[in-house]
Every structure is written in C-alpha cells, then in structure tokens.
Design a protein around this ligand. Structure first.
Ligand SMILES: [Fe+2]
Ligand SMILES: [Fe+2]
Length: 255
C-alpha cells in the first residue's frame, strides 16, 4: 500500500503559489513506481478560500492520476470557504478504506481562525471508526498534534490535542498525517507514527527546506516515510518503523 501525502498547496493566482513547483511535484507523483494507491491532501489547498482559488485548485488537482482525498485547512475555511470546499471537493470529513488501511479524515479548521480544533462532540464518532477496526488505522487532519521542529514558534497545535492524542494512542492508530507547518517531519509516539508533510507548492517555505511531499509505504507490519524534495527531485528516507518487532529508525535525526 502506497500513500502519497501532500499538504499546503496554497493555490491562488498570486506569487504565493509556486505553479512550477506544483507542476514538477505533480509530474513526479504521476510517474512514481509503484504508483500510489491514494493521494491524501491534508488541507490548505487555497490561500484565502475564495471562489477563484477553489476553481483553480479543482482544476489543478484533477491533474493527479491517482485517487485523491482531501480535508480542509485553516486557509480553506476563510471567507466562507468551508462552504465552497464541500461544493468542490465533497465532505469536510470522511472515512475511507483502501486495501488494508482505514483512513479517517478530520476537519480541524474553524472559519476565519488559524488555530485548530476537533471537539469532544466528535470523539464518539471518531472512536466508532477506530475501536474494532481490523484495518491499519490512519487519521488525517490539517493541524498538528505535537510540536514540529524547524517551523517557527509554536502556536497552532489543535486546542484539544490531549483529547485526540488519547484517542489515537488508546486505539493504536498506526499513522497520523498532518500539515500546516510547511515542513516535513516524522516522530513516533508509543505505537503511532506522527507524520507532517511539508508545503507542496507555497512560497512560504522555511529556510532552505523548500517544497516537498511524503511517500508512505505500508506493508503488513512495516511503515516507511520518505520525503521527496521537489526542487532537487531527491528522496530522503525519514522513518522506518517495524510495528511487529517495534524497531524504529528515525533517519530525520541520523542525517
Ligand atoms: Fe499552510
Ligand atoms: Fe494551515
């Protein structure tokens, strides 16, 4: 099972959107071998959530050859953008099973606010999908659950991070896929890998980290996460995790 995880595209008609990077990244994803079974987009597909941007984004995203699933980010919910999101991309939250994985996409955005929130009223619904599931459990959301290094001062962890973290760890969720900070990162907490995708095509990059996306390969008991540097067309292995033997190698800190 291969998932490509992209985030923070920030598609707009202004310079904040690096169209050439988008096209280069899209081409790289479309020519991956093996091809991804799924592309997960963890939000901030637009810059201001406007109609023009949603139209542009729809058009651009249609260029991916694999199946794409998307949840909104804080930028997508701006200016009533959350209404347009449903119109253009479907439900704000979803549960989808592909091969042996079960992906629960959550909406952590709040209209016109940058901070994220899941909400206790949704915990029951979330746990229903996790509790007795035989699938390899994956949660995707825009905001991050744990602080991310190299991304500036921390201020936007979801404000009920403790509640969601507890659900994740208690139900042995294998992977949490996040965005928002515009840098790639992966760290293991207990039996869960927390993975951030960098920005795919925004000019708002951090230092020399540039634009990137993550390739996640899931075998029966092993998960590996590779960051793909779009500018240099270079892959960098971040994490290898053997869930059965509990062997975890975080190459992010070895290079
Ligand atoms: Fe963003
Ligand atoms: Fe964001």
């Amino acid at each position: 099972m291969r998932i490509v995880h992209i985030s923070d595209l920030h598609i707009t008609d202004a310079r904040e959107f690096q169209e050439k990077k988008f096209e280069k990244g899209q081409k790289a994803i479309n020519s991956l071998d093996p091809a991804p079974d799924l592309i997960f987009v963890s939000g901030d597909i637009t810059l201001e959530g406007t109609l023009l941007e949603y139209e542009l984004a729809k058009n651009k995203i249609e260029g991916f050859e694999a199946n794409v699933v998307i949840i909104p980010g804080n930028h997508d919910a701006r200016h009533l953008g959350y209404q347009l999101f449903e119109e253009y991309f479907g439900r704000l939250e979803f549960y989808k099973e592909v091969k042996d994985i079960g992906l629960l996409g959550l909406d952590s955005s709040e209209p016109d606010r940058d901070e994220g929130h899941i909400g206790r009223d949704k915990y029951g619904w979330i746990e229903e999908h996790l509790k007795d599931s035989e699938a390899i459990k994956i949660i995707g959301l825009h905001h991050h659950l744990v602080p991310v290094p190299n991304s500036g001062r921390e201020q936007n962890i979801i404000n009920d991070a403790g509640g969601l973290l507890d659900l994740v760890l208690r139900n042995e969720v294998a992977l949490v896929l996040m965005g928002h900070r515009h840098v790639p990162y992966a760290v293991r907490v207990h039996k869960t890998l927390m993975v951030n995708a960098g920005t795919f095509s925004s000019a708002r990059t951090r230092a020399h980290l540039g634009c990137s996306f993550n390739i996640i390969d899931i075998q029966d008991k092993t998960i590996s996460v590779t960051a793909f540097d779009i500018e240099n067309s270079k892959e960098k292995m971040m994490v290898e995790f053997d869930r059965e033997r509990k062997i975890y190698i975080n190459r992010y800190y070895l290079q």
